[in-house]
Write a protein that binds this ligand. Structure first.
Ligand code: SAH
Length: 397
């Protein structure tokens, strides 16, 4: 049995919880000192002791726990978890039956009714990401439920919470049979190499699937494409398969080069006819300006925050400047794919950053495509922060 803790909700936040807001923050409760037993079941009431909701305690960067039900009689047990998983699986049936795409998100935390856990599917393997120690206390129930609901080759996990140095991430294998890595998955007919046993990252960000497909299908043919913050080169591969004249991938991480070569190679693309550069994007912009290079397409998908030897980049402060750098090396009528995964601002503000860049340079543009999270990354409408992805295709005039 899990311990149960009574939590008094701050009056100001009562209406939000009643409406379905799922995240329990420090400010939203009167007795925050009670939010320390990871995995405890939380019973939220108002000042008068009237029941509001039940949740669990799990400290992660976003808050101290998640609401799970507003039904007082519903127990948070294996049956509860199985129902949430079953509902989530049912909503992904079209993905399971699509042979062209074998990697997608099966369970998206609060968007599927249980914040703190995501599950991704990679061609028969399930990868669980635990976002707090509290969430991790449900592990046995989650695995048991998964065993009852699906057939799998294997289950892997990632602990995405502070383990205080106790946990050596030598192996993330949980159940079934071990995979052979890289695992080659398909996405809209393209191949991608995935590693489930190699640290926090797997090799591609599944939430950009629709963006990669749009580049491949509609924008790449015959074009020169610059992919900045390119990581494993997933966007470059999509552009190359879509018929790009040439792609240039730039990332400062040393491993990005061999990873990008691998992604090209498993798609039978000659990586030597593409440029793969290990360098700081901001230095590359300087180089490209000096050489008067212009690209038909520039892809900008920076991390929310990054620090290199010379530069610090924070999306919410520096996107306008980043965009200006990109505009200056984009050809007339070229397209900039401007992307951010920052949850700290919404689409309107993001469009503002882009608009300011063009105004500052006295140039005109139009937005030709707009993306948020794909349908497998389900979001809860009461929790706007969960809908973090914003991607705009901006065409220069
Ligand atoms: N766009 C990629 C994901 C980017 S992840 C994709 O869709 O696959 C962020 C990447 O930015 C990391 O690989 C990191 O190494 C790189 N990075 C961070 N700061 C950088 C900088 N100043 N210059 C070049 N790359 C940088």
């Amino acid at each position: 049995m899990k311990p149960e803790v009574s939590i008094k909700v701050n009056e100001k936040f009562k209406a939000d919880f009643a409406k379905g807001y799922p995240l329990i923050t420090k400010e939203s409760v009167e007795n925050a000192e009670m939010l320390r037993v990871e995995g405890a079941i939380l019973r939220l009431t108002d000042k008068q002791g009237q029941f509001i909701a039940k949740g669990y305690c799990g400290k992660q960067n976003k808050g101290f726990g998640w609401i799970l039900t507003r039904n007082e009689n519903e127990a948070i047990d294996q049956k509860f978890i199985k129902e949430k998983l079953a509902a989530a699986l049912a909503k992904r049936q079209s993905f399971f039956s699509n042979q062209e795409t074998t990697a997608f998100r099966v369970f998206n935390g609060e968007g599927d009714g249980f914040g703190g856990l995501t599950i991704d599917y990679f061609d028969g393997y399930y990868m669980l990401s635990w976002y707090s120690e509290g969430m991790y206390t449900f592990k046995a129930d989650v695995i048991a439920a998964l065993r009852e609901l699906v057939e799998f080759k294997g289950i892997y996990q990632k602990k995405r919470f502070d383990t205080k140095g106790q946990y050596i991430e030598e192996d993330d294998f949980v159940a079934g049979e071990r995979g052979e890595f890289p695992l080659i998955v398909k996405e809209n007919g393209m191949n991608y190499a995935i590693y489930l046993n190699d640290g926090a990252m797997t090799g591609i960000f599944l939430d950009q699937r629709d963006v990669r497909n749009k580049i491949k299908e509609k924008y790449a043919k015959g074009k020169t494409v610059l992919n900045t913050f390119s990581y494993t080169g997933a966007f470059s591969v999509a552009a190359a398969i879509g018929g790009a004249a040439k792609t240039t991938s730039v990332d400062l991480a040393k491993r990005s080069s061999s990873k990008t070569i691998e992604q090209f190679s498993i798609n039978n693309i000659d990586y030597e006819s593409h440029d793969i550069l290990v360098m700081d994007v901001f230095n590359y912009f300087k180089y490209a300006k000096r050489k008067e290079l212009k690209f038909d397409m520039v892809i900008l998908d920076p991390p929310s925050f990054a620090r290199s030897k010379k530069y610090t980049f924070s999306t919410s402060k520096d996107y306008t400047n980043l965009m200006k750098e990109a505009i200056e090396i984009t050809a007339d009528a070229g397209v900039i794919v401007a992307s951010t995964n920052s949850a700290s601002f919404g689409m309107k503000k993001f469009k503002g950053f882009i608009d300011k860049a063009f105004k500052d340079l006295g140039k005109k543009y139009s937005i030709v495509e707009e993306f948020t999270l794909p349908s497998d990354f389900r979001v809860q409408k009461e929790f706007k922060e969960g809908d973090y992805l914003k991607v705009l295709f901006v065409k220069l005039q």
